[in-house]
Design a protein around this ligand. Structure first.
Ligand code: ATP
Ligand code: MG
Length: 279
């Protein structure tokens, strides 16, 4: 029988004894003249861990991810709290914290290989020889199942292939963390399931970690080692689950069904408590 998922409300320490890859403490964020988007958010991601940030539309998931990645640079906002990446305060985007969004945002005039290699020789990366760079690109393309496809241009790629190229672009930076905002939500169901599986495999093989924003409960259960539920106005982390269910996780397994129901109930509770959004 499958184990019933256990619920942990406190942050779990890294099992490896290494420190967390990402640690955020007491983050608050507010656009000037608007109500706070989120308040008092603390979280951490351990090496090789996949943490899913789940929540309803508008609860602040994307804003939180941008704040964690240090992409939120507007002066028309008030931000508080601390973000540490690899044990050091993070104040600007870091090349080893790779980003993945719903749209692959490939440069249409570069082929897949050049898209993957684009920016690899930018600041804060150790200089790479031409041979090392093309090896990195080839390795990353192979990892996402696109070996030998580097000569294709974005217009010649399906949506799923384009998102694989975007994933390879992140991998080529040899990331210690993938920060992903609904990266698979524009894909059809079968491609989405393939990409979820690929993400789990890559996190393991490439010794990285991931923070995945999603509003899809099934996606969170399929890939997450832990699931954080965000909700309320302003947004907060209101619940946390450790997903102690072996992979692959069958959608109809008893433990999956029980966890889905628990999350749905919690999500419903958060929605009922949140005041209606201003028109
Ligand atoms: N530039 C901005 N100025 C003022 N408010 C903003 C701005 N950008 C976002 N917001 C507000 O911040 C809140 C959180 O938005 P955010 O995009 O982070 O939510 P989300 O959880 O990612 O939603 P979704 O699931 O729909 O992607 C929303 O109420 C939104 O209206
Ligand atoms: Mg969003």
């Amino acid at each position: 029988m499958n184990a019933v998922p256990t619920v942990h409300v406190r942050e779990a320490p890294a099992e490896t004894g290494e420190g967390p890859v990402l640690q955020a403490h007491a983050l608050s964020f507010q656009y000037v003249g608007a109500p706070p988007v989120f308040e008092g958010v603390s979280l951490q991601v351990a090496p090789r861990e996949i943490v899913c940030l789940l929540g309803g539309s508008g609860c602040g998931k994307s804003t939180l991810l941008r704040v964690l990645a240090r992409l939120e640079t507007t002066h028309a906002a008030r931000a508080e709290g601390q973000v540490d990446f690899l044990g050091q305060p993070l104040t600007s985007p870091h090349p080893r914290a790779a980003l993945l969004f719903q749209q692959p945002s490939l440069l249409p005039w570069l082929d897949a290989a050049r898209n993957v290699g684009f920016g690899l020789d930018f600041a804060r990366q150790p200089a790479l020889s031409k041979a090392a760079l093309s090896q990195r690109v080839a390795d990353a393309l192979e990892a996402v199942g696109l070996a030998g496809q580097g000569g294709r241009y974005p217009a010649q790629l399906s949506g799923g292939m384009a998102q694989r190229v975007a994933l390879a672009r992140g991998l080529a930076r040899q990331p210690q963390l993938l920060l992903a905002d609904e990266p698979f939500s524009a894909l059809d169901a079968i491609t989405r399931a393939e990409m979820q599986e690929l993400l789990v495999t890559l996190v393991d093989r490439w010794h990285t970690a991931a923070l995945l924003v999603t509003h899809d409960i099934d996606e969170a259960i399929a890939v997450g080692d832990r699931i954080l539920l965000m909700g309320g106005r302003p947004g907060r982390i209101v619940r946390e689950w450790r997903v102690d269910i072996g992979r692959p996780r069958e959608a109809d397994a008893a433990a999956v069904t029980a966890l889905r129901l628990d999350i749905l109930t919690a999500l419903h509770g958060v929605r009922q408590r949140a005041p209606a959004a201003a028109a």
